[in-house]
Design a protein around this ligand. Sequence first.
Ligand SMILES: [Zn+2]
Length: 379
Amino acid sequence: MTNRVIRQTMREPFHFEGIDVLPGTQARIPLPVGLDPLGRDLSIPVHILHGEKDGPILTITSTIHGDELNGVTIIRHLLYGMDLKPETSDDLVKVENLRGTLLIVPVCNPEAVILDTRRSSDGRDLNRCFPGSPNGTHSARIAHALFEQVVMRGKYLIDLHTAPARRTNAPHIRANCDREDSKDLARAFGTPIVLHSIGPEGSLRRTATGLGIHSILLEAGTANVFEGGAIAVGVQGIMNVMIHLDMIDGNLRRPEWRLIVRKSRWIRSPRGGMLHPAIVAGELVDQGQPIAHVTNPLSGDAEAILSPMSGVAVGLATSPIVREGDPVANIASVQKKKTHQKIRAAPMTEWTVKDVSETLEDISDDESGACIDDTPEDE
Ligand SMILES: [Zn+2]
């Protein structure tokens, strides 16, 4: 009788790569993915925090694209706080307070990080290779190992990304909003902007969602840099999801407004030249407001690019060099006056995550726009 009671209350260890992670402990365990060209072991470190009490398994993945680094430091702050050092008083997530299990992969594509490129060392885009194959290309094998050994073990997934080089994204969540489970997770994360998208074929999020794993993706900032605002949104969002899933104690911090974007519009440059942005990512623009100026570096010519509608700039080009037709800004239209006023009063460019009892939610479904899945590749 006594034995039965003990068995019911003790959590099983978490088995990973032949190692038992005991309840209430954490471990960093390498996931082997073959040998590199010099014959050295290639592996992907997986950080496992196995709480003492029951709860869900949440996987957090970052840097599938080797130049998208904000996620690495989001995870660092999440585990070790602002001082970035383990086991100090400001650590945000501690295994002793955790219910359930966290599987964290700060760097999914280590060789791409070393090469400082979006693509894997074999030239492929790892986020088009899921679920992968044990007999396929190098990227397919990495995808297979990550998917089978890590992602499929969990019920929930947060995948951390940034815009590609030469572009930036206002921090936002992407989710298949036709699925209530993913939409709930997106709402809990708490970014004011949520983009509806099923994701590209072969992407981790789309593949995991298709197999019943509740999945969202953070797009925040740009490649090759650490950005304080984007990182703060990421850390708070993951904490929010963990509170929502009852993995940690705390109060969910809700945004004052939320725009669920089903279609948005890419504004394109009317000419080649040098691009001078007149707005920042996340800014609310009025119809007719200049969003950028294009100048000719060899003459006095200049032309303003005006926003064709009122909306929030979700993505922006950052490279000064533009050609006619290049995307300059991705604008999610805001049609309701009440929503416009709310965004004006609480702009997301201030990067503050408020704690309101109720969020004003609106849908942006611009009939002249396109679904994010049909616009320039990034995720
Ligand atoms: Zn990415």
